[in-house]
Design a protein around this ligand. Sequence first.
Ligand SMILES: [Zn+2]
Length: 405
Amino acid sequence: MRQLTGDQFLVKQINSSIVLDLIRTHSPISRAAVSVKSGLNKGTVSNLVNQLIENGLVEEMGQGESSGGRKPVMLSFNQRAGYAIGVDLRIDMVSAVLTDLQGSIVQQIESSLESIESELVCTVLSRMIHELIASAPKSHYGVVGIGVGVPGIVDDNGMVLFAPNLHWNNVNLGGRLREEFQIPVVIDNEANAGAQGEKAFGAGTDRDHLIYLSVSHGIGTGIVINKDIYKGASGYSGEAGHTTIEADGKQCSCGNYGCWELYASERALLEEARQSDTLKEAAKAYIPDGDDLRLEHLVQLAESGNEEARFILKNNGRFLGIGIANIINIFNPELIIIGNRIALAEAWIAGEIRETVARRALPYHKDKVQVEFSHLNMGATVIGAASLALTQFFDKMRVSVERST
Ligand SMILES: [Zn+2]
């Protein structure tokens, strides 16, 4: 085996990742087309493709159209060479998926949470992950990683430092899952995972600068600048829900006063709705015995023509629009994607959000920005979490493919 120098090794590593990415995004594609698109010579492409075939990531799939001479053998990415698990941990439920290497969902399961106590939540997560691993079809790589989106601040090792709505401090979720499953684990903030999901598979695939706004019990943002998630100096960026919009406002669980999420989140919306006796009375038609009034009920009331429900939803749209205008002025994004639970109320809040943004954002800033709702709806975080695990797998794969030459 010829020893590669550091520079040669790096060049081959980069070339291999270029070839794999081209085959992943352009299947079916011939070796000659990979050579043209990458600018690498045919011999180099051929060697790299052979390694990828040996590693199970690329398959030959019959002959394509000829442009003269011999028909070329077409290559495709083998998305079933392995699987990833994505988990969306919420405060009242856990959603989890098994995806193939292209992020397509193979299996999806959900579990409600009786308590947010960390031991119990970890037990539920662990049971669900075991179930998904057991359901994974046989494959070359098996389950290559687990990604988890968490409503809180997470460090690089997967330690959940602070999750106010779960009442968690320093829960070593990453370490625990790594030890139990012995496969790579990535834990990130749920809004970052959602932004990753939208960027990879949703409304943001062709956008370089976007903000994903996760609105449910609280509000978080995943910030994509120049195609990458911006995580800040310590990895804690995006806590837009705790920016102040009312100087002498209500006190927040974070210790500050007048935080945006106290006025614009799903929780704020429901608190207001639950204060109205007439609304609660009208909602009885939709609520099974003993249940609290939920966002779904409020949307049903609005659809049935209830003016009070419509007013409360519209007001929520106004408060969302105020914070979104702030974000637009700071980041000058191309796209704001509103996701998570509040997307259920799109029909009743979208107009007011867009009008408020039009009234409040700076003229040059609002000129190009689009405000959209998530195409992935409830799935952005869970798919994004799987995508975090996949990204880590492909990063490692590039290195190991090269090392085996
Ligand atoms: Zn706060």
